[in-house]
Design a protein around this ligand. Structure first.
Ligand SMILES: Nc1ncnc2c1ncn2[C@@H]1O[C@H](COP(=O)(O)OP(=O)(O)OP(=O)(O)O)[C@@H](O)[C@H]1O
Ligand SMILES: [Mg+2]
Length: 212
């Protein structure tokens, strides 16, 4: 397996130390599952990896460059962070799904809107406003949005919490397809179910550190 990115010496504290990660490798075609107690720092780590939060210290190795683990780093453009409670914009389901396409330079990996709406079983809800959706429907919009951007690195924070069995099975199938195509996936979860459905490596976040 080829290494896509490596995170080294990632340190983050709030009023107390949260993360002190020596090394974390992201490999092409690999799915990492990160488990750990509430408050152990899993979401914080994913947000730092996604470049939506700065670490206090640390470097990222990516595409033959080394740069500090600060906000909006080089990986941001090639990754997506999917929050457990997805944030949707104040516009229709369809606009929410197509919104990120306006910021993407390359169109070559993008999936079609119709295809993605159908996949997520959202076609009948395409004109609805997020205020009128259930939490599972909101999560489906967020996954559909990720699917349409189709980034190299997927950072998924408790992605299956609100999903019913049907869409969960589709979601696991999506993860397997992504891995076959060489994407890299990191998932935080409290359940064993994803590990049972997708070939993955589970890491535990305990006392600021990751271990097998
Ligand atoms: N903005 C903030 N300011 C201060 N402390 C914070 C902030 N955000 C998170 N924390 C603290 O950092 C710790 C790690 O939070 P984080 O959300 O990363 O945990 P988590 O492992 O994702 O937990 P969960 O399983 O509940 O999702 C927690 O103790 C939390 O209270
Ligand atoms: Mg969390």
């Amino acid at each position: 397996m080829e290494e896509i990115a490596c995170f080294k010496n990632i340190q983050k504290s709030y009023d107390k130390p949260i993360l002190s990660i020596d090394k974390l490798h992201l490999m092409s075609g690999e799915c990492l599952i990160i488990k750990g107690k509430n408050g152990s720092g899993k979401s914080t780590l994913l947000k730092i990896m996604a470049g939506i939060m700065s670490a206090d210290m640390g470097e990222i190795y990516y595409q033959n460059s080394i740069f500090p683990a600060k906000k909006r780093h080089l990986l941001t453009a090639d990754s997506i962070y999917l929050a457990s409670k997805a944030y949707l914009f104040d516009c229709s389901v369809e606009r929410n799904i197509t919104y990120p396409l306006h910021f993407k330079k390359s169109k070559k990996h993008q999936n079609s809107v119709e295809e993605v709406l159908r996949w997520a079983n959202l076609t009948h809800l395409r004109d609805k406003h997020p205020d009128n959706l259930s939490s599972g429907e909101i999560q489906r919009v967020a996954i559909a949005r990720a699917k349409i951007i189709n980034p190299k690195i997927w950072l998924l924070d408790e992605p299956t919490e609100n999903l019913d069995q049907d869409i969960k099975q589709k979601f696991y199938q999506l993860l397997r397809q992504l891995l076959e195509k060489g994407h890299s996936i990191v998932i935080t979860t409290h359940t064993e179910e994803i590990a049972h459905n997708v070939i993955s490596k589970t890491l535990q976040l305990v006392d600021q550190k990751l271990s097998l």
